[in-house]
Design a protein around this ligand. Structure first.
Ligand SMILES: *[C@@H]1O[C@H](CO)[C@@H](O)[C@H](O)[C@H]1NC(C)=O
Ligand SMILES: [Ca+2]
Length: 352
């Protein structure tokens, strides 16, 4: 429906231009109109970014104000769970209180091939920097409505998780400044490593200073031709900044959109203001015939697994083991020599 409306719109505007051209008296004016018309039509086409975003959001996959009947009514497209609560201004996934988990889940599986999700949210609370937590996540997964430890959702999920991690659990790596936005693709058997802030399985990410903002904060997740792109708009400048860009991401169709948040010993208000889903369309000649994807995966992804890290550690400990063994042997030899000397001396003393 959205596509036909855009086309109708285009035809209407074109005919208006045409009338203007006819009304033009001199040739210069007509040329100018033709030029403008060409510019207008070509810019409407795919030239700039190679794809088109439909103007109208997909209502059935979007969560917007007013959140009438959300969760309760049978006509609602979304379910609420845990501590998630609706106000007129937002859906509060968790309040600024300890040990809360809340989520919203779309009821309708999404079969769009290419899409863009824009999330308008706000994370705020009383805690000082790094004395707040734990963050929120946006999901496109096979499973839905399962409270759990991964930002309020189940572990071993199947699909895409985009995390806004506001607390550094792993303080070994001081180089990473939090809050940190990252993404992970799970296939049902990869664990999210909470203690290491998900580093072993992450596809990439970026620092995003977005807590207690004085302006609106947004994250954009785009899935186009197996390319996952994440951008942030958190400075109040209405400008998207690159965060993550990864080709070769295979996500099956028919998964559910959702958002969740969690607090632990530390807390924050995790507020969702809107989630807007847009369909993206490619020009027909660039549309690829895709084999059906059944299990989510990422091409050429090497999981930085615990084993690899352990090998690195044991390499260091091996060095020290050898070092101390050599030192130990050296010490034993020294002691032996000293003892032998004493023993020889004693024997000499006994002889005389
Ligand atoms: C899931 O991913 C892991 C790590 O890449 C891999 O070892 C495992 O075989 C995958 N499982 C399935 C069902 O594809
Ligand atoms: Ca964390």
């Amino acid at each position: 429906m959205a596509a036909t409306m855009t086309k109708k719109d285009l035809v209407w505007r074109s005919s208006e231009l045409f009338i203007d051209i006819i009304n033009c008296r001199d040739m210069f004016c007509q040329i100018r109109w033709v030029f403008l018309f060409l510019l207008f039509t070509t810019s409407r086409c795919w030239s700039v970014e190679g794809y088109e975003r439909e103007e109208f959001l997909k209502r059935e996959y979007s969560l917007t104000k007013p959140y009438q009947g959300l969760g309760s009514s049978s006509s609602s497209h979304w379910d609420l769970m845990g501590t998630a609560m609706i106000t007129t201004e937002h859906v509060r996934l968790t309040p600024d209180l300890q040990s809360r988990q809340g989520a919203v889940w779309s009821r309708i599986p999404c079969y769009l091939q290419n899409w863009e999700l824009r999330i308008h949210f706000k994370i705020h609370g009383h805690g000082k920097k790094n004395l707040n937590g734990d963050g929120l996540a946006v999901w496109f997964t096979k499973e839905r409505m399962q409270i759990g430890p991964v930002f309020g959702n189940m572990d071993l999920f199947t699909g895409l998780g985009v995390f806004v991690d506001t607390y550094p659990n792993d303080d070994k790596y001081q180089e990473r400044v939090f809050p940190y936005v990252s993404a992970m693709v799970g296939n049902g058997s990869v664990k999210y490593d909470h203690e290491r802030d998900g580093r072993p399985s992450e596809l990439g990410g970026c620092t995003a200073i977005l807590r207690n903002p004085s302006h609106d904060t947004f994250i954009l997740v785009r899935y186009l031709q197996r390319r996952l792109t994440i951008m942030t708009d958190i400075d109040g400048k209405q400008d998207w900044r690159d965060c993550l860009d990864r080709p070769g991401v295979r996500l099956p169709q028919g998964y559910f959109f959702g958002a969740s948040a969690i607090t632990g010993d530390l807390s924050d208000n995790h507020d969702l203001i809107s989630m807007k889903l847009y369909q993206l369309t490619m020009p027909p000649e660039q549309e690829e015939e895709e084999d059906e994807i059944t299990v989510p995966s990422v091409d050429n992804l090497v999981l930085r697994s615990v084993e690899i890290q352990d090998e690195g550690m044991s390499g260091v400990s091996l060095f020290f083991t050898i070092l101390f063994s050599v030192l130990g042997c050296f010490l034993l030899v020294v002691i032996a020599i000293v003892l032998y000397g004493r023993w020889k001396e004693n024997r000499r003393k006994r002889f005389y």
